[in-house]
Write a protein that binds this ligand. Structure first.
Ligand SMILES: Cc1ncc(COP(=O)(O)O)c(C=O)c1O
Length: 377
């Protein structure tokens, strides 16, 4: 028998969440963002559920090839563009659309020999200061691209640094709009947070959305069922459902007396006599070693907490709340690290991530290759 740990991918939830993103921006086309192997879910596993999107956005050329190999003939966008002039060959061959954020990428395009002109997304650095042309350089870059026979169409794109928080998008949006107002072409501005908070029916800037026009929205994390602005809002607020469950079982139980300690560094001391469960899940499975005592866990669908340090292959949980719920957890009992328990109880990945001082994105991406993955409804 393999170790009892398992990740489940919930295809119905993926479909549902994509529909939520679309409903938040009903006039926009939707990129399903599937970079980082579909945020750790596996491109091949999510593909069928997300093929209702208008395109797939990612950044690895190998991932683009995988999406084409699945039979997708629609748009694919390389969010960081090409990394090398030779990558343009693949763009021509597979019909990939690509971001242009750097002068060198324009130079490479100008030298590229192709019969099929490219669709490019010209990126503005409107304040994030990661990728893109400054507003001062943007129009010259646009004019250069526009003059190239290798370029068929230019879409204008930028990325917000604070769409999920109180700073919001106003200053970046104002800069973007001022710089681009008379430029033709479609716009792509909104990630999950901008789509839900600033475009949707719930949107803080709706109606009118403060001039946020995004012909293509780029939701990632919302598609994977996590609230982009947790803890201000949780996934239920946005009607998003978990798409990934990390589940395991108890492989041991210990009866502690008051003063007994648990695990490496004796990081937890029993304040009273209590049972603890030993779970087949550790940091080598992708669970966060830094998760402290108190991080929520479900045992047999009952909410309890991690106690002591997470080790490579195991972690330990308090079984008292399970007993108080009238259940007797024992070896073989189901443990839900995040996602949906068999009894339907949900432990939001956002809550687990926050307890460990990180974000759901990191947890999803970190599930280790040794964890078997099953595709479920
Ligand atoms: C350019 C770009 N667009 C969209 C996304 C999707 O963001 P989110 O997962 O927050 O919706 C990302 C993710 O980092 C990104 O880099």
């Amino acid at each position: 028998m393999p170790r009892p740990i398992q990740a489940l991918i919930h295809t119905d939830a993926l479909r549902h969440n994509l529909a939520r993103a679309r409903a938040a921006a009903p006039d926009a086309k939707v990129w399903a963002v599937v970079k980082a192997n579909a945020y750790g879910h596996g491109i091949e596993r999510v593909f069928e559920s997300l093929r209702g999107a208008d395109g797939f956005a990612l950044l690895d050329l190998a991932e683009a090839e995988r999406v084409r190999a699945l039979g997708w003939r629609g748009p694919i966008l390389l969010l960081e563009g090409v990394f090398d002039p030779r990558d343009l060959e693949l763009c021509s061959r597979l019909g990939l659309w690509h971001v242009v954020h750097e002068t060198r990428q324009i130079d490479w395009l100008a030298m590229h020999k192709t019969h099929a002109p490219h669709r490019v997304f010209l990126k503005m650095n409107s304040g994030m200061n990661r990728l893109g042309f400054t507003p001062e350089a943007y129009r010259a870059a646009w004019a250069r691209l526009d003059a190239l026979p290798q370029v068929e169409e230019i879409t204008l794109i930028t990325h917000f640094s604070d769409a999920d928080g109180p700073r919001g998008i106003a200053s970046q949006l104002a800069l973007f709009n001022a710089t681009t107002q008379d430029l033709p072409g479609e716009r792509s501005l909104a990630n999950s947070a901008a789509t839900l908070r600033h475009m949707g029916a719930h949107g803080e800037s709706a109606p009118g959305a403060g001039g946020l026009r995004s012909d293509w929205v780029r939701p990632g994390i919302a598609v994977y069922g996590s609230a982009p602005d947790y803890p201000e809002h949780d996934a239920t607020h946005w009607d998003l459902r978990p798409t990934m469950t990390l589940r395991s079982r108890l492989i041991g139980v210990q009866q502690l007396q008051v003063g007994d300690t648990v695990g490496y560094g004796s990081a937890f001391t029993a304040p009273q006599a209590m049972r603890i469960g030993v779970v087949a899940c550790g940091y080598a499975d992708g669970y966060m070693r830094v998760a402290p005592t108190g991080t929520p866990v479900l045992v047999d669908g009952v909410r309890t907490r991690l106690v002591g340090r997470v080790s490579m292959d195991m972690l330990t949980v308090d079984l008292e709340p399970v007993r108080q719920a009238g259940l007797t957890a024992d070896v073989g009992s189901e443990v839900t690290l995040w996602g949906r328990a068999s009894n339907g109880a949900v432990l939001a990945i956002d809550e687990v991530a926050r307890a460990a001082g990180t974000l759901s994105y990191e947890l999803m991406c970190a599930v280790a290759p040794r964890v078997p993955v099953e595709v479920a409804d």
